[in-house]
Write a protein that binds this ligand. Structure first.
Ligand SMILES: [Zn+2]
Length: 429
């Protein structure tokens, strides 16, 4: 396939160049200006459309896809821990195989329509643990996206729930990797995991050669619990159990101080920054200025990384940073570096050898657009409504605004029924 006449945008460093791309199999085979069509080649004339690398969501929860519009508990939760106990830990317990699969389909459809091509998910369904990651994988691969999946191990569902969660992570990471999918080892958070459980997670990480994906200091309560029960910070505790050395992905880190962030980075850890979720839960603002090996995540709010990047930039500006716009784009590029570390492929590049994961945008700017102001356009101009077509691993998953593989209306109709059942099961517990 030959994509002709594109304006190719890449973020690290920000660049915009007119060039053609030849796609062969799952990769970009050639980049040039111009490239001559070969006989029999499928040629797509893009006429100056902007093409960017597919976006990466570094921390999400597909299982929350059926929670949109869900009635909140009364009286409203008064703390972050109450939000978990009275909303999310009721929702996840109400999920079964059907609702897990539909959550995955709905979330992946929303991602595809937003130009998000890789989801790093953190899954929980305590009533349906064994086989849950396989259900999610089938759903996400049916839409055609890439993902890195894990099961959220916790002690809150007893020893059996914990052991099943670890087994699910290990089995999935060992047996289910494909071109589109990787397995990580998921853990909820320090405050729901005893020392014995952390040691078991460390073994799961080393047995699979995979990485840990865990919530860290999302709310003040996580760090306070850690200091009171174990002495020291969450970062210290995870390090004592050998859990940081695996390129661990630490979500949130709102209540780490910059020195603790440095320690985590020095161990090779990645940090997922989720500004909209942090605002929604009123947990505070992460030390964004200290983040280096970092990427943006939506934490399940939706799968729209353009919306997340815009808010990330606005929050940085509100915090007084002059470099907010380029810094927010750097976090988007951080998603590509993280994906490259997980998949061993050069994501984020639109060059020969890179994975053919890209987004064609219907973005006609009323002002000039070039590499020097690309960040400003991406944060203040481009949004999901501009996504025309999406290619993942060389295959169209959205083509001219239509999902290529599924009937979204039919999936959403089934999802509405499943959501009604999940909400009524939640009300019954
Ligand atoms: Zn999360």
């Amino acid at each position: 396939m030959l994509l002709k006449g594109a304006r190719l945008a890449s973020f690290d460093p920000p660049r915009l160049d007119e060039a053609d791309l030849r796609i062969e199999g799952e990769r970009i085979a050639e980049r040039g200006q111009p490239l001559a069509p070969r006989s029999g080649e499928d040629v797509l004339e893009l006429e100056g459309a902007v093409v960017m690398p597919g976006l990466v969501n570094a921390h999400t929860h597909l299982y929350s896809a059926l929670a949109r519009g869900m009635p909140g508990p009364a009286p409203p939760p008064r703390s972050f821990v109450e939000i978990l106990e009275r909303v999310w830990w009721k929702l996840d317990r109400a999920l079964d195989a059907d609702s897990v699969r539909l959550s995955g389909l709905v979330g992946a459809i929303e991602a595809a329509r937003s130009g998000t091509t890789l989801l790093i998910d953190h899954h929980s369904s305590p009533s349906f643990i064994r086989g849950s990651l396989g259900e999610l994988q089938r759903a996400v691969e049916e839409i055609g996206l890439r993902s890195a999946l894990c099961y959220e191990v916790t002690d809150r569902n007893g020893r059996e729930g914990r052991d099943l969660g670890i087994e699910e992570n290990v089995t999935f990471a060992r047996e289910r990797a494909t071109a589109l999918t990787r397995g990580l080892v998921g853990a909820h958070a320090s405050f729901t995991l005893a020392d014995e459980s952390l040691d078991m997670l460390a073994r799961a990480v080393s047995d699979t050669g995979s990485s840990l994906h865990i919530h860290v200091a999302e709310d003040r309560a996580d760090g306070e619990d850690c200091r009171a029960r174990y002495g020291g910070s969450v970062v210290d505790r995870l390090d004592r159990h050998g859990l940081l050395a695996s390129r661990a992905l630490l979500a949130h880190c709102v209540h780490l101080d910059p020195e603790e962030v440095q320690v985590a980075h020095a161990k090779g850890c990645w940090i997922a920054h989720n500004p909209r979720s942090n605002m929604n839960n009123a947990v505070g603002y992460a030390p964004a200025a200290a983040l280096r090996r970092a990427a943006l995540g939506t934490d399940g709010i939706d799968e729209d990384m353009l919306a997340e990047a815009r808010v990330a930039g606005l929050k940085m500006r509100e915090a007084g940073r002059d470099d907010a716009v380029p810094a927010a784009l750097q976090l988007v590029a951080g998603g590509h570096r993280l994906a490259a570390a997980l998949f061993g492929l050069p994501f984020g590049k639109l060059d020969a050898g890179a994975p053919a994961d890209l987004v064609v945008l219907d973005y006609r700017s009323p002002t000039e657009l070039h590499g020097d102001n690309l960040a400003g356009h991406l944060l203040f101009g481009v949004d999901r409504s501009h996504v025309r077509s999406v290619l993942v691993a060389g295959r169209w998953i959205v083509r001219d605004r239509r999902l290529a593989r599924v009937d979204a209306a039919a999936v959403f109709a089934r999802a509405r029924e499943a959501a009604r059942d999940v909400w009524s099961r939640m009300a019954a517990v």
